[in-house]
Design a protein around this ligand. Structure first.
Ligand code: GAP
Length: 547
């Protein structure tokens, strides 16, 4: 699938628009259109329903080490600045970036990719050609070698037919893997050596609280929803009857000043997360980690992500924080990535007691195999914690402990993007409905996610058909999102619905007016059956997995 075709469909049919488009857009920000908002809401609703509201704390889920409680929160985007000091985001949440002195552009250090190449550089004023070895770079992720060829042709002043004279060496790699940037030609530069040494760039968006706006009033937009859950752990335990093990869920906006936002909504500066912090006894945390890792993977496949495009990647032991028994990424083979590459949809992390302890004591750091309080140059704690007791007393075990945390953390926008990519289908097989116009583009959304669940058409605009069709439309609309369409040939109306992924179309024809039956057409199989009007809602609910 070509990504640009999906991007075009998303704009044409109202799934996604670039933010502030009439002013030229704003890089890293996206608006969901009338259909996009329904799709993303369905993704979030499915997550909340499956993880929170339908969870039964009295019944043990398949594969779960025991029963557990599940509840939710909705916290503020701006929190006390101390939260980010104790969570580590204030000191550690940064990317390395390089600036180009020539083009004045800024790039993420590990995103600039290139290859060594030797060739003869031709001067502009008939100067003799000089042999040079440089590291040519690009920001392109697709067709990287072709992009590098084009950059090299530009740099050496060669025509396409002379490109064979270039000698390429080594694999494509990021400039962050090089020992020096001296001979690097930046992605938008004409000369080598114009990139600065990498510098740290904190990803949190800064703002100020109140009218004075001084340094003491600085605050940050949250870069993750997780911290709102940690700092409310005690409130939740004290105000409800939940008991550890308990999961606390939150869906909400997060903000990261990404240096190179890209790949449609995949890396945005404003996005939504769906996070669970699952608090449990330390001795059971490894079992709960495995449970959540598998449960979350299965959630994506249950909503139609093909398992051959989805993978669970366990982090290597060396990548893990010492307190962690495991972290796994759930990854999807997004079509904008090079063949064989996967992009992260969700991380499932065993975080030990790091977060609750940091919010009690102050920011913790690793020292050997211990977590210790980070001290400033004066030997005092660098960032103070709340000093509040965030331990938990288990009255069955008769034991007080700091719960360990398993964190399944997913992105609502990335999940929505994966469902969009997966749904995009071009069906080439001729059928009675398509006849010679064999190709059909349709969005094969899982019925739970489809923005519009059904469309109602009168076959023609006369003989009582529009009246009956509008009545059916009004009835169905009370239960789910339905569209009514009476414009154009019925085949064209089917195609319009296919393109937005509507699973079922209902047509009212001459027979309907006589015997009260309608045709029900299935988006995927194109099969049409006659259904009695008074059985239609039940039939649809069942087919849509809503009953
Ligand atoms: N609390 C842990 C945490 O935030 P993360 O891996 O940084 O972990 C979790 O983020 C998820 O949030 C990612 O797997 C991804 O789905 C989503 N996400 C992170 N950064 C994003 C961005 N810039 N744009 C869109 N989604 C993003």
């Amino acid at each position: 699938m070509q990504m640009d075709e999906l991007v075009a469909l998303c704009k044409r049919r109202g799934f996604l628009f670039q933010s502030s488009e009439i002013y030229g857009g704003l890089n890293g920000f996206w608006d969901y259109g009338p259909l996009g908002v329904l799709l993303k809401r369905n993704v979030k609703d499915a997550w909340w329903h499956d993880m929170v509201t339908s969870h039964n704390e009295m019944v043990r889920d398949a594969g779960a080490p025991g029963t557990y409680d599940m509840t939710g929160l909705d916290c503020t985007i701006i929190m006390h600045p101390q939260v980010w000091k104790c969570s580590g985001h204030y000191d550690l949440f940064h990317d390395y970036m390089v600036d180009c002195r020539e083009s004045k552009k800024r790039y993420r250090y590990d995103h600039v990719k290139g290859r060594w190449v030797t060739g003869k550089k031709h001067g502009t004023d008939g100067e003799p050609a000089v042999e040079m070895k440089v590291f040519i770079t690009t920001m392109e992720t697709e067709g990287t070698q072709e992009a590098l060829q084009a950059e090299a042709a530009h740099f050496f002043g060669l025509r396409k037919k002379d490109l064979e004279s270039l000698v390429w060496e080594g694999p494509v790699m990021a400039i962050s893997e090089l020992d020096s940037l001296e001979n690097v030609v930046g992605p938008d530069a004409k000369h080598p050596g114009t990139l600065t040494e990498p510098r740290e760039f904190n990803l949190m968006f800064k703002t100020t609280i109140g009218a004075l706006g001084g340094e003491d009033d600085v605050a940050f937009l949250r870069p993750e929803t997780a911290q709102g859950i940690f700092v409310n752990f005690k409130n939740v335990c004290d105000s409800t009857r939940v008991k550890v093990p308990v999961g606390i869920a939150q869906i909400g906006k997060s903000f990261r000043n990404e240096i190179t936002p890209r790949n449609f909504t995949f890396r945005s500066r404003e996005f939504e997360q769906m996070e669970i912090e699952f608090f449990c006894h330390p001795s059971e945390s490894a079992d709960w980690y495995r449970y959540w890792r598998d449960r979350r993977f299965n959630w994506y496949t249950s909503l139609g992500l093909a398992s051959d495009k989805l993978r669970l990647r366990e982090h290597e032991k060396a990548e893990l924080a010492h307190y962690s028994v495991g972290t796994a990424d759930i990854e999807y083979a997004f079509p904008f990535l090079p063949e064989g590459d996967y992009g992260e949809l969700e991380g499932v992390a065993h975080r030990g007691d790091f977060d609750l302890r940091s919010h009690m004591e102050g920011k913790l750091v690793r020292e050997g195999d211990q977590l210790v309080l980070e001290k400033g140059p004066d030997g005092q704690p660098k960032h103070r914690g709340s000093g509040k007791d965030l331990t938990y007393f288990d009255d069955q075990r008769k034991e007080r402990f700091v719960p360990h945390v398993i964190e399944p953390s997913s992105g609502a926008d990335r999940a929505t993007l994966a469902f969009l990519c997966e749904a995009y289908t071009i069906d080439q097989v001729p059928t009675a409905e398509k006849k010679e116009d064999a190709s059909r583009t349709y969005m094969k959304f899982h019925p739970r996610l489809a923005p519009i669940k059904a469309a109602v058409f009168p076959l023609v605009k006369k003989d009582g058909m529009p009246e009956m069709a509008t009545e059916i439309y009004s009835e169905l609309k009370k239960s789910f999102a339905v569209q009514y369409d009476e414009k154009g040939a019925v085949g064209r109306r089917y195609r319009r619905q296919d393109e937005i992924g509507t699973p079922f179309c209902i047509t009212v024809d001459g027979q309907s007016v006589e015997d009260g039956t309608v045709t029900l057409r299935d988006r995927d199989t194109l099969e049409q059956v006659r259904v009695k009007r008074d059985e239609l809602l039940t039939e649809l609910k069942q087919r849509l997995h809503l009953s």
